[in-house]
Design a protein around this ligand. Structure first.
Ligand SMILES: [Zn+2]
Length: 236
């Protein structure tokens, strides 16, 4: 029987598959609370992941529990968790629109209300996969404390305070990249001005203080896709 954390990670895998972000590449992990260990699937497509496919890995890259080959790009997860104790969920995708923007060496513009957290996301330019400690460290250094980093000709890595947050941010980032690229056909995305963004940020902060922010954005998006996954053929 899977633990709650394992069940959520299987769901995250299936949600990323359902949303088309990881077909068939990409991976998602969750930190085991209060430890230097995390859960990630063995090296199979996220859409195929079930309870028995999960591994427990430490922050030196050692597989402590579970069977099967690990993702060579697990270094993405290791290096983000090592440098960012506030991060508890990491997603790596090769999703279409984010990869297109990264390949164009495009700048993420603050052009949509859900996409503005990714504005100015840095670009990791090295060709090839992030499949060594050295490359993972370089990627994490470029990412800094940002929500995401673009990988040229490859995809993106996204971090969140929770598994749900990282998963939903990856979905929102792909949507924002899609809108920005499509806006290019209509004359180009026009970003919000700095003062407009500052006002929006103030508004969000005030809502947080008053505790009347519209019911959890991340929870809402997660719940929507969880329902779609559970109604799908895997659970029937
Ligand atoms: Zn990759």
């Amino acid at each position: 029987m899977a633990t709650g954390l394992e069940e959520q990670l299987v769901l995250a895998n299936l949600i990323l598959d359902e949303t088309g972000l990881t077909v068939p590449f990409g991976h998602v992990s969750v930190r085991i609370p209060g430890t230097d260990r995390f859960l990630i699937s063995r090296a199979i497509a996220p859409g195929l992941v079930r309870d028995g496919d999960l591994l427990v890995v430490d922050l030196d890259g050692k597989v402590l529990e579970g069977k099967g080959k690990w993702h060579g790009e697990s270094w993405i997860h290791i290096c983000i968790y090592r440098t960012r104790p506030e991060v508890n969920g990491v997603v790596h995708t090769h999703s279409l629109y984010v990869t297109a923007l990264a390949t164009a060496e495009g700048t993420f513009l603050p052009g949509t209300v859900f996409g503005f957290p990714f504005a100015g996301a840095k670009l990791y330019r090295k060709a090839g996969l992030v499949n060594t400690r050295e490359r993972g460290e370089e990627m994490a250094r470029i990412m800094g404390t940002d929500a995401a980093v673009l990988l040229k000709g490859h995809g993106a890595s996204v971090a969140g305070a929770s598994l749900e947050e990282a998963t939903v941010k990856a979905i929102m980032m792909e949507e924002a990249a899609k809108i920005q690229l499509l806006a290019g056909l209509g004359g180009g995305a026009k970003p919000y001005a700095e003062d407009e963004l500052a006002e929006f940020a103030r508004e969000l902060e005030e809502q947080a203080v008053r505790n009347d922010r519209p019911a959890g954005l991340f929870e809402r998006v997660w719940a929507y896709y969880e329902d779609r996954v559970r109604r799908g053929p895997r659970f029937t």
